[in-house]
Write a protein that binds this ligand. Structure first.
Ligand code: FEO
Length: 409
């Protein structure tokens, strides 16, 4: 039952839906106290604009709230800041009920639209700088791609200095009190959301913040969780700091970071890892370190991967496979910007020895640069083989420092 309609600013009301029971979002995110699918209605002197819809299962709440605020024939615009189903679930039905409304999407959303609503509908494209008017209200669009879908955009309601930020600045945090000064402590959810949704796209976050910086923002209305009205700059500064962190750290130390992650059953892959690390570390400008995957938790994996210019993974082959922690490590790349890092793999084996090649293949799909072939040793490495590990480390380190190689494998 709809108890009340929250007024966000003089002309803006919340018409979204609350989902207190969701516990996993987008497969990868835990949502301990649920979430919300925020949608807003903007009323101007010449009509109404609906900002996003909700997940399909929550359409009834969305339409009930909307009907308390306007007639369908008053709706002039429907804006979809991106087309992900948690925000486009009621779009088709809304367009049926308000056929005169003009749908506004980003240029990148054009190719996705048919995939989402499976029918041809008229739409208009908004890029940075496009403006629509509701008479006494003006909405300007900003292209903020990849936050968190490629088609994401934001918009700014000039008269009320309100930023509709899309997923940016969101939290999976259910609290019907809605505003940041009235809900419980959502700081953990705000950071967790950033880490899982925005962190892989830090460069795009910084670009978006640059665009936002041109506006005086008094209020941020994101697509999930609390509306941020007490001190929006606090949240903007958080995003700026988190998105710049790694760059600043690297520049401070001035060296490139090469990390050797390994696991070992009988010390053989461990011995290889030590030699690879020593070889890499002997190259000027490289700081090489080794980490036993048996004792590394996921948060540390993500941080180390992010900081590393080169990632070298050592795994024995057990039952024809690399060990699970090695796959878990690579799965953490889902939270990070991909591409550009140097990668390599090695391992000792008893019977078949597929693990280094399998890891190599996986790293190729993850867009690592893979300039050297995987290195394998049968059981206990000899002195010559340990020397080969040392040289392997040197090769990877020199390439990380910029040495040109003839061919990427
Ligand atoms: Fe909340 Fe990217 O959808």
């Amino acid at each position: 039952m709809i108890k009340s309609i929250a007024q966000v600013s003089p002309s803006v009301h919340f018409i979204g839906a609350f989902d207190p029971r969701i516990r996993t979002f987008d497969i990868i995110m835990k949502t301990a106290n649920g979430s919300s699918y925020n949608s807003y209605l903007v009323r101007g002197s010449e009509g109404v604009c609906v900002m996003d819809t909700v997940k399909k299962e929550f359409s009834a709440d969305f339409f009930k709230r909307l009907e308390l605020l306007c007639e369908y024939d008053e709706i002039r615009y429907i804006v979809l800041h991106h087309l992900e189903p948690d925000h486009s679930g009621a779009l088709e039905e809304l367009m049926t009920r308000a056929p005169q409304a003009k749908l506004i999407i980003s240029g990148r959303a054009v190719m996705m639209l048919k995939g989402i609503i499976k029918t041809d509908v008229p739409f208009e494209v908004a890029n940075t700088g496009k403006v629509i008017s509701l008479g006494d209200k003006t909405i300007e669009f900003l292209s903020t791609p990849f936050l968190h879908w490629p088609d994401t955009m934001s918009s700014y309601l000039h008269e009320e200095k309100l930023l509709f930020s899309g997923d940016v600045f969101g939290s999976h945090y259910y609290d019907e009190r809605l505003f940041d000064d009235e809900v419980g402590d959502f700081s953990y959810a705000f950071k967790y959301y950033y880490d899982h949704i925005m962190r892989p796209f830090k460069q795009y976050v910084l670009q978006a913040l640059e665009l936002y910086g041109k506006f005086d923002i008094k209020l941020i209305a994101p697509l999930h969780g609390p509306v941020l009205r007490t001190n929006p700059q606090f949240y903007i500064d958080k995003y700026a700091a988190w998105s710049s962190e790694a760059k600043f750290r690297k520049h401070t130390f001035g060296n490139k970071m090469l990390s050797v992650f390994y696991m070992s059953s009988y010390e053989n892959t461990h011995k290889m890892a030590q030699k690879v690390t020593e070889g890499a570390d002997s190259v000027e400008g490289i700081v090489a370190s080794m980490y036993d995957l048996a004792s590394l938790d996921e948060n540390n994996m993500v941080d180390l991967l992010e900081e590393s210019d080169a990632v070298v993974i050592g795994s024995p082959t057990i039952n024809g496979d690399a060990v699970k922690p090695a796959w878990d490590l690579l799965a953490c790349m889902a939270y990070l910007e991909s591409g550009g890092k140097v990668g390599a793999s090695f391992g000792s084996y008893g019977w078949t020895g597929e693990a280094p090649e399998m890891l190599h293949d996986r790293m190729r799909w993850l867009k690592f640069r893979l300039p050297v072939k995987p290195l394998k040793v049968k059981l206990i490495p000899t002195e010559e083989e340990l020397q080969a590990c040392f040289d392997f480390g040197i090769d990877i380190a020199e390439i990380t420092m910029g040495k040109m190689v003839e061919m990427e494998i």
